[in-house]
Design a protein around this ligand. Structure first.
Ligand SMILES: *[C@@H]1O[C@H](CO)[C@@H](O)[C@H](O)[C@H]1NC(C)=O
Length: 294
């Protein structure tokens, strides 16, 4: 019976961790931490799969941060490839806010001038730019066959996910986890184990730069597959990484960064990508028999 509460336990743990970290920050330059957090994230280039990020300059040289894409054919035990995993310092990452607190503030582009006042950011600051980009992306239209939502609290993330995944299902949450401590973000990894996790539907939630935790959550109708991949890094790092594969990419724009990285044409192949550590994948819990335990 305890099984039933597992997903909630994960969330409670997340909450407790976040709350205790939030407490540590009280009275110790919280504003500076927010500033750092936002400008840190400003350097990340891959926020969502649909963003046509600043991938390549005019040379063939790729920004390492886009080195997260692969095809299903690449997903083989023994394969070695260079993968980029952004690492955020939890102490400077935006904190989850309780729903009441987050919803007491507007979350819209037209309110940006007021929001900047609330957070004491000047209109020309990098923080203002980051907030503007996030609000703009959150207000952009979903592509065909996709549902999207920006969650400003854990509660709203769960509500959205339950609506998409079905109210009668329990949720299960997957994340990429780093099992060793190191500051290396880009290196060669060997795929040591690969487990497919059955997921009829999924909601992927990506962290966005903002003064408090905001997740860009989206779900696609077309077929997706999900894998948990054990990676061994050249320097001995170990990562339990989540990979999602989009089987149909025919509706994606030609300029999508994954096509440039993989050097393929839209719709000709599956596109898979590694998930950074603080992103979440929510799926309906499957009644398991004979599946490898997670
Ligand atoms: C990965 O290995 C290849 C082949 O040894 C090497 O050319 C490449 O520079 C390595 N990449 C990284 C990021 O270390």
């Amino acid at each position: 019976m305890g099984e039933k509460y597992k997903p909630w336990i994960i969330f409670l743990l997340l909450l407790i961790i976040t709350c205790s970290r939030a407490r540590e920050l009280v009275g110790s330059g919280t504003e500076n931490k927010i500033l750092e957090a936002i400008s840190d994230e400003n350097h990340e280039t891959v926020h969502t799969e649909h963003e046509h990020a600043h991938v390549h300059s005019h040379t063939d040289h790729m920004n390492p941060s886009v080195m997260v894409f692969l095809t299903l054919e690449d997903l083989k035990i023994g394969k070695t490839m260079a993968v980029y995993f952004p690492k955020r310092d939890p102490a400077t990452s935006p904190k989850l806010w309780p729903r009441e607190e987050a919803e007491s503030l507007p979350f819209s582009l037209k309110e940006l001038p007021n929001l900047l006042k609330v957070f004491s950011f000047s209109a020309n600051s990098p923080q203002a730019k980051a907030m503007e980009d996030t609000l703009r992306e959150c207000e952009s239209k979903a592509i065909k066959g996709e549902v999207k939502f920006c969650a400003t609290s854990l509660e709203s993330m769960l509500d959205f996910s339950q609506t998409i995944l079905g109210l009668t299902h329990e949720l299960q949450v997957f994340t990429t986890s780093h099992q060793t401590k190191s500051s290396v973000t880009f290196q060669n990894y060997t795929f040591e184990n690969i487990v497919e996790i059955p997921a009829s539907k999924m909601v992927a939630c990506h962290t966005m730069p903002y003064p408090y935790a905001v997740f860009y959550c989206h779900s696609q109708e077309s077929e997706n597959k999900m894998y948990k991949v054990a990676l061994g890094g050249e320097n001995g790092d170990r990562v339990e990484a989540m990979v999602v594969c989009h089987m149909d990419t025919s509706h994606w724009g030609h300029g999508h960064v994954s096509f440039q990285v993989l050097k393929v044409e839209p719709g000709t192949t599956s596109v898979c990508h590694f998930f950074p550590a603080d992103n979440l994948i929510l799926v309906p819990k499957v009644e398991q028999h004979g599946l490898s335990t997670m």
